[in-house]
Design a protein around this ligand. Structure first.
Ligand code: ZN
Length: 363
């Protein structure tokens, strides 16, 4: 089973909006859906805390949750219905206009209705899908993707996707708004306005990043039948302060998650391989060629191979992935490995999927 979620925008009328606001705040009567969910969540939190403390994990205390932080309602199993022409019916709220921009696959198990700080409403549909059985065991179009600091990713077909620089582009705006906010008097309406402005900038960054990640993950799932990446240890990488910001901005984890569920839905293989040595060993002769992060070109003194460091890593990831497949599933012979290394001369042409994606690249 694959669980996927679909987020779409809701456009409630003024009356519906006040009904939704009302429904989000738990009342003393326990029959309302919202109150039931709050109790349920509270019970679950307590259960998790006690099980963590039994395992000698460090735990904090439950925090008081003010009214303002109740910003969502959950409908589990019932109380909602999707109607034709972009309408969603929620019990006690009514028929709300929405934009379902993607086809929802599978059975909807739950719907979360959420109000963002910016006042925008979203519905998140949680669906369950059967994993598609892979059509063929023979892996023909295999791609390995190496994510990196210099480029967003480099794949084993020699394609480069540049960093979208989303955070960098909005950084000035963010800083300005944060500065302004800190100068406003607490509780004033001007502070509230600035808070809203800041939330909108954050929301835009989130939308742009998601859009970018959806496009590139879709590109790989549509064009290949096997995708290999390497296991990431982002926690350790973020400790390096020079890289921390660009790594956090890259959201590789989110990229891999999107690849994973899209691959599962499409019935193609997605797998992570062990990362050690993928950037150091030579993809052509297999010898170790030590290099620091600053050295961007792999220059093998043993076999003379000269290629981009990330391209070399992606070829290693690909080979490691192929080696992990049962022999019957490999159509790639060791021959292909050498021929791949030979196309080095042509390394680094930039993938362009459509104009919007180009817009996020550096050019
Ligand atoms: Zn070599």
């Amino acid at each position: 089973m694959v669980v996927s979620s679909y987020k779409f925008r809701l456009y409630p009328t003024k009356t519906q909006e006040s009904r939704l606001d009302d429904a989000m705040i738990p009342k003393d009567k326990v029959y309302s859906k919202a109150a039931q969910m709050v109790l349920w969540q509270f019970y679950n939190n307590l259960k998790t805390l006690s099980s963590l403390s039994k395992k000698d994990k460090l735990i904090g205390k439950l925090r008081f949750k003010p009214k303002s932080r109740y910003n969502s309602i959950n409908y589990n199993q019932s109380g909602f219905k999707l109607l034709p022409d972009n309408i969603i019916k929620l019990s006690k709220i009514g028929k709300i206009k929405c934009v379902i921009h993607r086809k929802i696959l599978g059975k909807i198990k739950e719907i979360h209705v959420k109000k963002e700080i910016t006042g925008v409403w979203h519905a998140i549909a949680i669906c369950e899908n059967e994993c598609k059985k892979s059509c063929s065991l023979l892996r023909k179009k295999i791609i390995a993707i190496d994510v990196g600091i210099n480029n967003y990713c480099y794949d084993s077909d020699g394609h480069v996707i540049k960093h979208p620089q989303i955070l960098k582009n909005s950084e000035e705006k963010l800083k300005r708004s944060q500065r302004k906010l800190s100068r406003k008097v607490k509780g004033s309406s001007n502070r509230l306005k600035e808070k809203l402005r800041l939330a909108k900038i954050h929301q835009k960054i989130k939308y742009q990043r998601n859009d970018f990640l959806h496009k590139i993950s879709r590109h790989y799932v549509d064009n290949y039948d096997t995708i290999f990446v390497e296991e990431l240890k982002i926690q350790n990488m973020v400790k390096n302060h020079h890289l921390a910001k660009s790594i956090s901005d890259s959201s590789w984890n989110s990229f891999f998650q999107k690849l994973e569920y899209k691959a599962a839905n499409a019935g193609i293989l997605f797998a992570k391989v062990a990362p050690h040595g993928t950037s150091q060993s030579c993809s052509n002769c297999g010898r170790m060629v030590k290099k620091t992060l600053a050295i961007r070109t792999h220059h093998c003194p043993y076999c003379g191979l000269v290629i981009d460091r990330d391209y070399n890593a992606s070829l290693n990831i690909k080979q490691r992935g192929i080696d992990s497949l049962p022999t019957g599933c490999r159509e790639v012979t060791p021959l292909e490995r050498t021929s791949l290394a030979v196309i080095q001369a042509d390394h680094g042409h930039v993938i362009s999927m459509n104009q919007e994606t180009n817009h996020f690249s550096d050019e």
